[in-house]
Every structure is written in C-alpha cells, then in structure tokens.
Design a protein around this ligand. Structure first.
Ligand SMILES: Nc1nc2c(ncn2[C@@H]2O[C@H](COP(=O)(O)OP(=O)(O)O)[C@@H](O)[C@H]2O)c(=O)[nH]1
Ligand SMILES: [Mg+2]
Length: 395
C-alpha cells in the first residue's frame, strides 16, 4: 500500500475500483481532479487495484493518483481496501470505466457537507441513462428487481440500488461495517446504511456508455444472484419468518377448520387429505420460523444491529421454551389418547371423518410441541456463543 496522504490533511477522497481500465483511467482521473478543484476541499484520487495486468497502476501513479494494491480479489474487497487507505472525511466511490462523470462527483458530497445525509446514492433513474449505457435486462429486470427488494427489506427509499457512484462520510462508512468481497458490496452498503440509520439521500446523475469498448466485469446472472443471495441471507424476516408464520398460521387454520366444517373444493370434500396438507404446511412453517430465529440470534452474536433480535437473545429462557413445548405436546397427546380411548370404548368401529381430522390436528400439536422443546435447546446452544454471557450454561 502506498504512503498515507501528506500530513493526513485530506477532506475528500475519490476511490476508484479498478481492474484493467488503462483505456479509461486517464480521463476518469483528470475529471476527478477537476472535480476536486471545484469542490474547494483538499482531496485525493485513489485507485484501488487488485491485480490489473494492463499497466493501470503505473498509469494511475503517473497521473497523480494514489494506487492502493489490495491483495483480496473482487470489487467489494478493492473498495474496502481503497477506503481503508483513504484519508478523507468525505468519500466518493465510482467506476473507473468513464461511465459516471467524475467531473461532477463533488455534487454528491453536498448533502454530506450540509449534514443532511451520511450516504448519498447516485440515481441514474432520475438522472438518465444514455443510449447503450446499460443492457435492457439490467435496466428493466435486474436493477428494478433488486431496488424493489432493497426497499422492501430495509425501507431504504431509493430509486437506483445498483448505482456505482456514491458518496459517504467516514463516520457513516465505519458504522456500516461492510464485509462483502464481490459486487454485492453495492447492496450491502444500502442495507447496512438503512439499518444503521446513517441517513440516505439521492442525487440524480447520468450514466454514459463506458469508454473501454470491452465487456464489463459484472456478469449479470452470477452477480445478480450474489446480490439476491446477500439480501436474503441478511433479512431472515423475509427469507424465513414471514413465509414461516404464514405457513404455520394457514396450515393450523386449515387443519383446525376441517374438524367441524366440511369445505368443498370443486364440488368435492377433500377433508382428510386437506387436513394432512394443512398439518404438513404448519410443520414446515414452524421449521422456517425456527430457522429465522436461529439466523437472527446468529446476526446478533455477529454484532449486526437488530434491536428485536437483541431483546430475544437477552430475554429468551430455555425453561420457558421447554414449558411451552411440553404444554403443546401434552395437549396434543391428551387429545389423541382421548380419541383413542373413545374409539376403543366404542368397540373399534368405523372412524368418522371429523375424528380422523382431529387425530391429524392433535398429532400435529404433538410434533410441534416436540419441535418447540428441541429448537429451544438449540437457541441456547447458539446463545452460549455469546462472548459476554457467563450464565448461558456450561461450555
Ligand atoms: N479492483 C477491482 N476492480 C473491479 C473488480 N471488478 C470490477 N472492478 C471495477 O469496478 C468498476 C465496476 O465494474 P464494471 O465492470 O464497470 O461493472 P458495471 O458498471 O456494474 O457493469 C470498474 O471500475 C471496474 O474496473 C475487481 O474484481 N477488482
Ligand atoms: Mg461500469
């Protein structure tokens, strides 16, 4: 890594991730220098490179940029390395392929300087996309889809989640604690920015056709999936808890309603078959709920901000979980035994449909109760990993 900025007196750092951009780096660096001059702040241009083989590094140095060689591969890793080495209180990141107009980068810093935001997203949707600058499937599928999910999952309220030019304060960046190595870094920043309430603003900007004349590093499906995977893993509420609660509730309701009611579907009464489906849905639902809870406990232990998860970890008591599980289990068992004894008492005659449905419902409760007991133990297994907890049992 190169030396730190002269005297450490830098206000504004422009960080360009770069992988073989010799063709477009010079124009990006020149525009960035013009923007620094226009900003009136003391600034620096950093090129974060992790293995260019086309001489990008020497070129960047010869144009007065500081080159940071990052050993770890990937877009996110390059940016994290570059930002860690940067000296500015304010930072702007953006592609080195001349698709974003670096000469106007200081416009993104205005909301930061005014204290209106900690993270400023460029918005190509509001600023414009020049013809040929973005493939149609990014414009109409990938970008709107990921933006919708980010807004849904963390209420970021932004219009263009994949914009590669952004500005942030050092303080906001440190609060976000970003970890991604690949392109999903872009989604992680928004999610963590929203969760940590750094304050997100948007500035319209124009996307130009990049000047390098070769395919982008971004691979649509691989990187699209990495974004989606990141977002799902980071939001157990949407991946596990909401589907789980829905299935659990709907499954129990179906199995329960079929005991007193005959519900015809297309003129036929599926009855016992539908009860089985309801029971299986409920059990799958409960399993998803527990996976969601386990994930949130793990996130809390990993230091992610999650007030609800923290309360759950602090207030969870294994004994209460066991008590709840045993209550549900015994309720189901008592019901099954009652039905069995009355069947036996009646001389093992024909079983009415509503009785079969009730057996399914009670048996579902037995399994659910047992699952509650065992999953409670597992929550405690996870909680035992808490670094500061001495009361979580022997280890
Ligand atoms: N250092 C580094 N830079 C990368 C890597 N992948 C992409 N970049 C840079 O990140 C920026 C964005 O990549 P690009 O291919 O333009 O993606 P797109 O604009 O989303 O299609 C460009 O400046 C690339 O040179 C990487 O693995 N390492
Ligand atoms: Mg690009």
């Amino acid at each position: 890594m190169s030396s730190s900025p002269v005297g450490g007196e830098i206000d504004l750092s422009y960080v360009m991730p770069c992988l073989n951009e010799a063709k477009t780096l010079p124009v990006c660096i020149e525009k960035a220098k013009a923007s620094l001059a226009a900003s009136g702040l003391r600034g620096e241009v950093i090129v974060a490179d992790n293995g260019s083989t086309d001489g990008s590094q020497e070129l960047a140095r010869s144009l007065g940029a500081r080159v940071v060689d990052v050993p770890e591969k990937g877009y996110g890793a390059a940016l994290r390395g570059g930002i860690a080495a940067a000296g500015g209180r304010f930072l702007v990141m953006g592609d080195a392929d001349d698709s974003y107009d670096w000469s106007r980068a200081h416009e993104l810093v205005v909301p930061l300087r005014e204290g209106r935001a900690g993270l400023v997203m460029g918005s190509r949707l509001r600023g414009g996309i020049r013809p040929g600058a973005m493939p149609w499937h990014h414009k109409w599928i990938g970008n709107p889809g990921l933006t919708l999910l980010v807004n849904l999952f963390c209420r970021a309220g932004i219009s263009d989640s994949q914009c590669g030019m952004r500005a942030f304060t050092r303080e906001a960046y440190e609060r976000m604690k970003l970890r991604s190595a690949g392109m999903e870094f872009a989604s992680e920043m928004i999610l963590k920015g929203a969760r940590n309430r750094v304050g997100i603003a948007e500035v319209p900007l124009v996307l130009h056709k990049d000047g390098r004349g070769r395919p982008p590093h971004l691979r649509s499906f691989r990187d699209g999936w990495r974004h989606l995977r990141y977002l799902l893993l980071a939001t157990p509420l949407w991946l596990f808890l909401l589907p789980g609660i829905t299935l659990l509730g709907a499954g129990l309701a179906l199995a329960g309603l079929l005991v007193p009611f005959r519900i015809p579907v297309a003129g036929h009464v599926p009855d016992t078959n539908a009860s089985v489906v309801g029971s299986l849905a409920a059990l799958l639902g409960y399993q998803l709920v527990t996976l969601g809870l386990f994930t949130r406990v793990q996130h809390v232990l990993a230091g992610e901000p999650d007030p609800w998860g923290e309360r759950f970890v602090a207030e969870f008591r294994l004994e209460r979980g066991i008590r709840l599980g045993l209550t549900v289990l015994l309720l189901g068992l008592a019901g099954d035994l009652w039905l069995f004894s009355s069947w036996a008492g009646g001389g093992f005659g024909a079983i009415e449909r509503w009785v079969s449905n009730l057996v399914i419902l009670f048996s579902t409760l037995v399994v659910l109760g047992a699952q509650i007991v065992f999953s409670s133990f597992f929550v405690d297994v996870l909680r035992a990993g808490r670094p500061t907890d001495g009361a979580a049992g022997s280890r």
